[in-house]
Design a protein around this ligand. Sequence first.
Ligand code: BJW
Ligand code: ZN
Length: 252
Amino acid sequence: MTAMADQDSITRAADLLARASRVVAFTGAGVSAESGVPTFRGAGGLWEGHPVEQVATPEAFAADPLMVWRFYDQRRVNLAPRRPNPAHQVLAGWQERFASFVLATQNVDSLHEDAGSREVLHLHGSIWRVRCCRCQEEREDRTAPFPALPPRCPCGGLLRPAVVWFGEALPMDVLETAMVAAERCEVLLVVGTSAVVYPAAGLVEVAAGAGAAVIEVNPQASALAWLANVALRGPAGEMLPRLQEALAARTS
Ligand code: BJW
Ligand code: ZN
């Protein structure tokens, strides 16, 4: 049983943010949980019925593209009607509040953009984009469900989801931009991630190592919770609006 964040933690987090002009938010599946999107790990998580090596590796796709596509097509169908929750909305509002606010997400959904966030750094790609295995062309495609699986490119090649699977490199420019922002920020918010997947989780180590204050927002301690200066133990959709309220009270 984890205790809900006390008002003192909210106040301390608001103090850190009130003094900051360069802020980075690093988000994971937990930020979309209250929108009805399942997380990956733990009870009821996506990996429970689909062992990761069977669906989220290039080897799995090469061996059985149809099986992998069934998994992603189903997730696209489930995601299509989902809407941003108050956590996405607070983060979208903060892009106007701070001189520099960088949002780096591991999520492949588009709920941050749907809430109004711009220039979101998608470290693990997007489930709404497809890439051709033959001509390498990548484009947005919101068809859900696909009428026939596996979907094909006009060139005849096999399409794949433009997400980053285990053993694949993250988009270099996106990772680089996020790492530089983490190195320069005064406050890093770590929201709804177990922080076990690298190199993305390295953002927390880089920011903390460079002297940033780290605020973790998660009902459970992440693998890097020990680097956090303040932990808000509760759902992001409740904690971030409380933090925003405390911040607004401070500066009004
Ligand atoms: C709430 C909440 C609420 C619940 N509010 N919170 C160093 C050490 C060890 C291993 C490695 C290493 N470096 C690299 C590796 C290998 C590997 C790795 O990290 N493995 C570890 C798991 C052991 N990394 C890779 O393979 C990466 N590539 C790479 O390193 O390439 C090297 C290379 C270089 C050059 C050429 C070639 C190769 C790629 C990693 C790709 C990860 N991809 C996935 C799938 C994406 C596609 C898809 O969606 O299907 O990304 S895996 C999956 O995990 C997904 C997520 O983005 C990622 C992180 O998960 P996340 O978001 O943290 O979710 P959960 O479920 O783990 O946690 C949810 C959290 O929310 C929990 O904490 C809850 O408590 C919380 N929560 N409700 C707030 N309401
Ligand atoms: Zn093609």
